[in-house]
Design a binder for this molecule. Sequence first.
Ligand SMILES: NC(=O)C1=CN([C@@H]2O[C@H](COP(=O)(O)OP(=O)(O)OC[C@H]3O[C@@H](n4cnc5c(N)ncnc54)[C@H](OP(=O)(O)O)[C@@H]3O)[C@@H](O)[C@H]2O)C=CC1
Ligand SMILES: CCCCC/C=C\CC(=O)/C=C/C=C/C=C/[C@@H](O)CCCC(=O)O
Length: 329
Amino acid sequence: MVIAKAWALKKHFDGFPKTSDFDLKKIELPNLKDGELLLESVFLSVDPYMRPYSRRDMKEGDIMIGTQVARVVESKNPAFTVGAFVVAGRGWRTHFISDGKDLQLLPSNWPESLPVSLALGTVGMPGLTAYFGLLEVCKMKPGETVLVNAAAGAVGSVVGQLAKIGGCKVVGCAGSDDKVAYLKKIGFDEAFNYKTVKSLDEALHKASPDGYDCFFDNVGGEFASVAINQMKKYGRIAVCGAISQYNDSVPQKGPYVQLPMIFKELRMEGFLVTQWNSRREEGLQALLKWVMEGKVKCHEQVTEGFENMPMAFIGMLKGENLGKAVVKV
Ligand SMILES: NC(=O)C1=CN([C@@H]2O[C@H](COP(=O)(O)OP(=O)(O)OC[C@H]3O[C@@H](n4cnc5c(N)ncnc54)[C@H](OP(=O)(O)O)[C@@H]3O)[C@@H](O)[C@H]2O)C=CC1
Ligand SMILES: CCCCC/C=C\CC(=O)/C=C/C=C/C=C/[C@@H](O)CCCC(=O)O
């Protein structure tokens, strides 16, 4: 008999999550029925979306939402062999039973040498977000200038590198000097620490005096209000996220974007990566190729131990991660 451990939402978050908002539960798993398989989480993802979605989709006592890379440990399902790795969306738990319908095997050409944790980051949902957000929303073209915030994170770091592959000039911002140094190391043309610049407006202008063709917005809020005024005519804004607002107990005053939107005839489009679920394999294969060619560098913030999931999640929301934040069980 297998006893799974799982993190439940003890109390809805008010402002930044606290460790006391979570409860560690033990769940006794039954024996497998025909067609079922038992899996153990190997790596679990902590993502920003969990913060706003928890309020919208969860009730207190529910197991925290999320995805994991899991290994098949026992199988009564011929489609899945023991030892196979999958991506699942079964939340913050160490073990679970599945009928296989909610599992995605890693690409069949996944190299032995490539850490399977990347299936939660660069070669997974965040990487796909960058890929489709750039190609299908920004519709970047060679020679254009791309701006991305939260640039040292799971999505932003891939946005910048894909934009470089696409022949663009890339400007990124992040919240620490170490992150800025990392951005320059992976090929960003300009990078700055938005927490320490005297003026965001001046920093953006200095980085690209002619302005920006594409703005891949992961942050929203005041940054977006300032950046939008530096968009070029016919610029495109991909509204990917608004992490500056997820932990607000009181919603921020909305940015006033109407005037630049009109005068510069901008296109601003929000999107969810799930819009392109039918093209998931296309994106994964493209990302896998660039990673194996060394054209896309990966960085992970690995927290050891399932018991540390709440701290990993809170740390990511506070900007303590460089690259994709994952928890190694
Ligand atoms: N639309 C979609 O389908 C998807 C959207 N997203 C969104 O993309 C964004 C990035 O996600 P992801 O790459 O996974 O996360 P990251 O790996 O970038 O981690 C979050 C980062 O956000 C930054 N951040 C946190 N609070 C603030 C703030 N108040 N102001 C500015 N920056 C802040 C921090 O970096 P720093 O040091 O730079 O402050 C932190 O490291 C999020 O908004 C997320 O919701 C992600 C996946 C899919
Ligand atoms: C309730 C208000 C929400 C406002 C927008 C908040 C966040 C945007 C965002 O971060 C969306 C993320 C979506 C992630 C989707 C993940 C799942 O589909 C699991 C994907 C698993 C995989 O494909 O690897």
